[in-house]
Design a protein around this ligand. Structure first.
Ligand code: ZN
Length: 315
């Protein structure tokens, strides 16, 4: 009897451990510049059972004075994984965390990093700080708690503490050029260019074979932001979702925005309703059909574009 009780305790403790402290052997960090690494999610899969909520691309830059992180992830557990990947490269402390926008999958993991390095400055668009302090933090906490279930346990909202400025930050001998956007993927976007390495972190303004929710965004503004990204002439691009790579990723995504704007614009001029133009727009954008999220997002994209066009018409 006693043996079974001990056995049961052992099994239960093992189950508890494996439930909350899973490892991420398939997630690798990859050096993409002399000072810059990206932690890539690999093949895109938003199913939380597969991804445990990790499907973005946190990056980190090792400077003379410490580590600068760009975007974390969706949960406390993901934050701990990011710390492990950084520790495999350097024992320097995390000194700064830039967050590219207010969607929860880019900042809810901040907690683990800030717990380990309480002095770290957490920097984001002023609008991001305003939105999260105004209650959006609870929205993202609830959304990801529902989506990730037990994988979200222990996560707390750590809202960035420092408003970003559009300027070059010099940190530990490296220049970080920060650009702010009020109307792009959201009203709270920033991009970071690691000047010495030529690496550009775009947030979700640009993705790779993947479509993000644009309900907080503006398509014309997002397209304009792609042009800003191109003008920086980066050597390498870390996108919000999907594998990072050559600057052609920017051109490709800009091409999508451009075709969507042209196609919806044309049928809007002809007086078509969203449901009338949808099959025509889908046919014209057929080359993007295989990108993740196309079927789910294209309807909302068209409806939103029409609203944007209506607003422009009344200006
Ligand atoms: Zn997003």
């Amino acid at each position: 009897m006693r043996f079974y009780a001990v056995f049961l305790v052992l099994v239960l403790s093992f189950l508890c451990q494996s439930a909350f402290a899973f490892d991420w052997p398939h997630i690798k960090s990859r050096q993409i510049g002399p000072h810059t690494w990206v932690i890539e999610h690999g093949p895109h899969d938003e199913d939380p059972k597969v991804s445990h909520g990790f499907h973005n691309n946190p990056g980190f830059v090792v400077t003379d004075s410490g580590v600068v992180v760009v975007d974390t992830g969706s949960s406390y557990e993901i934050g701990k994984m990011i710390l492990q990947r950084i520790a495999a490269v350097t024992n320097k402390p995390v000194t700064h965390i830039f967050t590219t926008h207010f969607h929860g999958d880019h900042w809810l993991a901040n907690q683990a990093l800030v717990e380990a390095f309480p002095e770290a400055k957490t920097i984001a668009h002023p609008e991001l700080i305003k939105l999260l302090k105004g209650g959006e933090d609870k929205f993202w906490m609830d959304t990801f708690a529902k989506r990730l279930g037990k994988d979200f346990v222990g996560t707390k909202a750590v809202i960035p503490n420092t408003a970003a400025e559009a300027k070059v930050y010099r940190i530990g001998g490296i220049n970080f050029q920060v650009m702010l956007f009020d109307k792009a993927h959201t009203a709270s976007d920033l991009m970071v260019l690691v000047v010495e390495d030529g690496v550009l972190f775009t947030g979700d303004i640009i993705n790779n074979v993947h479509f993000s929710f644009m309900g907080h965004g503006n398509f014309r503004g997002a397209y304009a932001a792609t042009q800003t990204a191109l003008s920086l002439k980066p050597r390498y691009v870390v996108v919000g979702h999907g594998m990072s790579g050559e600057p052609v990723l920017i051109e490709r995504f800009a091409g999508f925005y451009q075709q969507l704007l042209a196609s919806v614009g044309k049928y809007y001029e002809q007086g078509l309703q969203d449901y009338e133009m949808k099959p025509k727009v889908v046919a014209e954008l057929a080359q993007y059909k295989t990108w993740s999220g196309f079927d789910r997002q294209i309807g909302p994209y068209i409806s939103q574009m029409i609203l944007e066009l209506e607003k422009e018409a009344f200006r």
